[in-house]
Design a protein around this ligand. Structure first.
Ligand code: NDP
Ligand code: 8X3
Length: 248
């Protein structure tokens, strides 16, 4: 199979790329940092195609897809994984540019790439789109404001896509992970403050990027007649919270 993964230069996308190539699949690994993708390509070999892509530059996406080399042109699986959280401040203190970047990447980028790839899947009557949402799309938490809202979009967009795809063999899943250590997620969220980022993962057993890679691989290898609509996963140490009450 040919699998296009956005955000392949780190975290879940990198872990999944390694698993898929080990299984003999072709991977189109996309991200902004081509240098990181090229390093990955050196270890993964010809089955891994590094592609420079900024998903937030929506206008550029159709041409990038059209320019893929023949062996990689048919996209059997699209993993819309590129995304980010910026900031943990409450809304009244948040930075508007951070909000805009999250919307441009997590919403507009995912939407734009899906628009570029989906028609060929429908024409072939086969294909699979896996969107990487988050528990933040269902469970509000302090400082989650726009990040959680972007992931709520991803969840509902995934469900609505499947509704539009009725009668086709094209599948759609929204994967909704909870706390995952060992990726760059919190380093990005805290704007490079690595000490703060590390503290997020102190003191409990969390999931890892490899765990999420395994789950994505399981989805990709699931039987073609089954559609996993949504899959929410958390470390056992985490659970959805009760409603907070600020006592006097
Ligand atoms: P990482 O920060 O480790 O990886 C994010 C990836 O997205 C990088 O490869 C980055 O590459 C890429 N990316 C970011 N912006 C863009 C862009 N504009 N265009 C193309 N690629 C981009 O994070 P994770 O692996 O942890 O997260 C992956 C996804 O999972 C995200 O959507 C995140 O929201 C979600 N998630 C993460 C959780 C966690 O706790 N870690 C839990 C639940 C969901 P580059 O910088 O090279 O462009
Ligand atoms: C990332 C998981 O709990 O930090 O999407 O929002 S969380």
């Amino acid at each position: 199979m040919n699998i296009l993964i956005t955000g392949a230069s780190a975290g879940f996308g990198e872990a999944l790329s390694k698993l898929l190539v080990a299984k003999g699949h072709r991977v189109i690994g996309c991200a902004r940092r081509l240098d990181k993708l090229n390093i990955l390509a050196e270890s993964l070999g010809e089955l891994f195609l590094p592609v420079a892509m900024d998903v937030s530059n929506i206008a550029s996406l159709p041409q990038i897809i059209a320019d893929l080399p023949d062996d990689f042109k048919q996209i059997d699986v699209l993993v819309n994984n590129a995304g980010l959280a910026l900031g943990t401040e409450p809304a009244q203190n948040a930075n508007l540019d951070d909000w805009i970047q999250m919307v441009d990447t997590n919403i507009k980028g995912l939407m734009g790439l899906t628009h570029a790839v989906l028609p060929a899947m429908v024409a072939r009557d086969s294909g699979y789109i896996i969107n990487v949402g988050s528990i933040a799309g269902s469970w509000p938490y302090y400082g989650g404001n726009v990040y959680g809202a972007t992931k709520a979009f991803v969840k509902q967009f995934s469900l609505n896509l499947r509704a539009d795809l009725v009668g086709t063999q094209v599948r759609v899943t929204n994967l909704e992970p909870g706390n995952v250590a060992g990726t760059e997620f919190s380093n990005v969220r805290y704007h490079g403050d690595d000490d703060k980022a590390a503290k997020v993962y102190d003191g409990f057993k969390n999931m890892t990027g490899d765990d999420v890679g395994d789950i994505l691989l399981w989805l990709i290898e699931s039987p073609a007649h089954i559609n996993v609509n949504r899959l929410e996963v958390m470390p056992v140490a985490q659970t959805y919270n009760g409603l907070t009450i600020a006592k006097q």
